[in-house]
Ligand binder design. Structure first.
Ligand code: AMP
Length: 395
């Protein structure tokens, strides 16, 4: 069901506690190497500021131990970057629910912004601790969730805080609203033909997604290294390709369940080393020589999959078809990205590596939606309910 968004709440003079995803990559000097996640949250942030709301932003960054401050995982660089992007002051609290946070939250004026320190420095965040949640919720009049990358989790800031906020408004931000619109609603009610493209390294990561999509899609196209586990299951020769030998039975089960709907590569572009400079050959599926490894779908597979994509009305893609980071083994992913861009279908690209591939290859603006959440988009494609979203106010 559609959720109320931050635009539906009168925030003037109110304090909005917004869960954002500022889990940005940092280099060794703690400099942000990619600020996309901060920029993606700007529409919701600006919507509160422009209407004279007081804004408290909370996020996690990395995987601290939950035993206090780890300076290299501080959110201070993210707060500074936000300040640059907004072109106005952003305050920073050196704790999450301690004295500094409480004092600075109380001092916020209309349109003021405060970023709290990394939520996961507090052990209560991962544990979903009610007391920690109450302390956060106590600072606010409105709760807003704009952290799609964490929506499949039940950390305190995602579930216990909106629970603790009680009858006050609890809404989604624009980013989460858009993710739900595409990943959940478009998938619940797809236009057919509905085609899924699944790649990446491991079958084991995507079993539940494959199981769910086989039920609702017209065709599921398999690529990436996980195709070799399927090939092995069918008795093929996979050489030195990456395979999960212990998942062969599972691959057989998925083949049986998928029947005609599940398409596997017919050829493979392989090399005699994991390098763009290696000796290369294209072979039929199941015919990879002993000292070669599969690194891309072959040209016939790419052309065949592109034909299927051409006729689709809804496309979801999760996981690259190949080692797209290592040309010339990026070709299969490129051919499919081009076909998706040309298709005119509603096209949804899962987060993580497929999103990176589409961005890197310059197709991001030619698809309907590039998800910001890897794990979260996979969970939505599995059809799993998200507690963190379900408990928010309905439209
Ligand atoms: P995943 O995180 O499971 O979506 O996997 C993404 C990773 O799978 C990317 O880093 C790709 O380089 C890698 N990958 C895709 N195809 C292959 C392949 N044929 N051999 C090795 N790695 C691959």
């Amino acid at each position: 069901m559609a959720k109320q968004t931050i635009a539906d709440v009168d925030v003037e003079g109110k304090t909005v506690l917004m869960r954002v995803d500022f889990n940005v990559p940092l280099d060794e000097e703690c400099k942000i190497t990619d600020d996309r996640r901060i920029r993606m949250a700007l529409p919701s942030i600006e919507s509160v500021i422009q209407r004279d709301g007081r804004l408290i932003l909370m996020s996690h960054l990395g995987r601290p131990k939950g035993e206090g401050v780890e300076p290299e995982l501080s959110l201070l660089p993210a707060a500074k970057r936000l300040e640059e992007l907004l072109g106005s002051d952003v305050d920073f609290a050196a704790d999450t629910v301690g004295k500094d946070a409480q004092t600075k939250a109380a001092q916020l004026g209309p349109g003021g912004v405060l970023v709290l320190e990394n939520l996961r420095f507090n052990p209560g965040e991962k544990k979903g601790d009610a007391e920690f949640a109450q302390a956060l919720a106590g600072m606010a009049d409105v709760y807003c969730n704009d952290a799609f990358g964490t929506c499949h989790r039940t950390d305190a800031s995602m579930v216990a805080v909106p629970e603790a906020i009680g009858n006050k408004p609890k809404v989604v931000g624009f980013l989460v609203a858009k993710e739900i619109q595409y990943l959940s609603e478009a998938i619940a009610n797809p236009q057919h033909p509905f085609v899924a493209i699944l790649g990446g390294k491991k079958v084991s990561d995507k079993i539940s997604v494959i199981r769910n999509l086989i039920k609702i899609c017209d065709k599921v196209l398999i690529g990436g290294a996980m195709a070799y586990t399927f090939s092995l299951a069918q008795g093929g020769k996979v050489g030195k390709s990456f395979v999960e030998e212990d998942k062969v039975d599972l691959a057989l089960e998925l083949l049986e369940a998928g029947g005609e709907k599940l398409a596997l590569p017919v050829d493979t572009h392989c090399g005699d080393a994991f390098s763009g400079d290696c000796n290369k050959q294209v072979v039929e599926t199941g015919q990879i020589p002993d000292d070669y490894q599969g690194l891309d779908i072959g040209p016939e597979t790419a052309a065949c999959y592109a034909e299927v994509v051409k006729t689709a009305k809804t496309i979801v893609w999760n996981g690259p078809m190949c080692v797209f980071e290592m040309p010339p083994f990026d070709e299969g992913t490129r051919v499919l990205a081009q076909a998706i861009a040309d298709s005119g279908a509603t096209s949804i690209i899962g987060g993580g590596d497929s999103a990176a591939a589409v961005e890197q290859m310059g197709f991001a603006k030619r698809v309907s939606h590039v998800s910001t959440g890897g794990g979260a988009s996979l969970a939505m494609l599995q059809g799993l309910p998200f507690e963190a979203v379900e408990l928010l106010d309905d439209k």
